[in-house]
Design a protein around this ligand. Structure first.
Ligand SMILES: [Fe+2]
Length: 291
């Protein structure tokens, strides 16, 4: 495909998400070609591209249009690279990992609604996830509009939450699947950070609730009150009408705005089927509050 015409933007949900067609993103993009994609990203929060067979080099090149990439943390099999590998295949042998292996248990934290890298002092801008090997069924990725969630909060609750600061850490999401699963090295690598309870889009001013599974505690509240408030906010945010579910095909690439959506993985038959997804993560440019 030659990138000569305008892109087509087809909305996937009344509130957010769009499928982008009419462009080959596996080729290097000029600033003129990327401009409309970036504009669609700011507007729709989740962009789905079909039939874009990526390899690692092409995925990095496409992702870097959005900004510098994060380097993957030590808990991922692809540590030290630009890829967070999501797979049931051993990175060295390519064979399925047994379901009771700690590497498979660790990945189950992805079943909780979260925003990638919210546990970092400077949280990410967006994630780019591409299929390499795709099971024939299951394994949808689901997204939730946190702009819709913010807008739907009762005004008194919005006013209460607005000034609050939350503590995020990788250990909070990982301990939900198995307490103590993180190594001492990982714990030291990512100490808790402070995040505002919302993120604003600098282009269009849209405000999004900012919580998720890495969010463990709201500063200044006793634990039972903090737990109850985070539970209520999550319950209000993740109602079905604010979510969309993507069934993957090989060649799919999705870019999502970690400032504006939560996402989660869903189960597939990891004993019967092979799956390999590669994620690149585009770094943010500033902390949400002073650390
Ligand atoms: Fe994720």
């Amino acid at each position: 495909m030659r990138n000569t015409g305008p892109i087509t933007v087809r909305k996937l949900h009344p509130l957010f998400g769009a499928e982008i067609s009419g462009i080959d993103i596996t080729r290097p993009l000029s600033a003129r070609e990327f401009g409309p994609i970036r504009a669609a990203f700011e507007e729709h929060s989740v962009l789905v591209f079909r039939d874009q067979p990526m390899d690692d080099d092409k995925q990095i090149e496409f992702s870097e249009n959005f900004g510098p990439l994060e380097t993957t943390l030590s808990a991922n099999p692809a540590a030290g690279t630009k890829f967070a590998r999501q797979s049931n295949l051993d990175i060295n042998t390519g064979e399925p990992i047994p379901s009771d292996d700690i590497r498979m248990i660790y990945q189950k934290a992805n079943y909780f609604w979260h925003s990638d890298s919210s546990f970092k002092r400077i949280p990410s801008l967006c994630s780019v996830l591409a299929t390499r090997i795709c099971p024939p069924e299951g394994g949808n990725t689901e997204f939730c509009s946190m702009r819709a969630a913010w807008d739907a909060l009762p005004p008194a609750l919005r006013a209460t939450v607005g000034p609050m600061i939350a503590e995020h850490a990788l250990v909070y999401s990982r301990n939900r699947v198995q307490p103590g699963i993180l190594s001492a090295k990982s714990l030291a690598e990512y100490p808790p950070v402070r995040q505002r309870m919302y993120r604003d889009n600098p282009i269009n001013g849209r405000r999004a609730l900012y919580i998720g599974a890495h969010c463990g505690h709201i500063e200044g509240l006793p634990k039972p009150m903090s737990d109850a408030l985070l539970h209520e906010l999550t319950w209000r945010a993740t109602r079905p009408e604010f979510t969309l579910s993507h069934a993957w095909r090989e060649g799919d690439v999705i870019v999502w705005d970690n400032r504006a959506v939560l996402h989660r993985a869903t189960a597939y038959d990891a004993v019967k089927h092979k799956r390999l997804m590669q994620r690149t993560t585009v770094a943010g440019d500033a902390p949400t509050v002073p650390q």
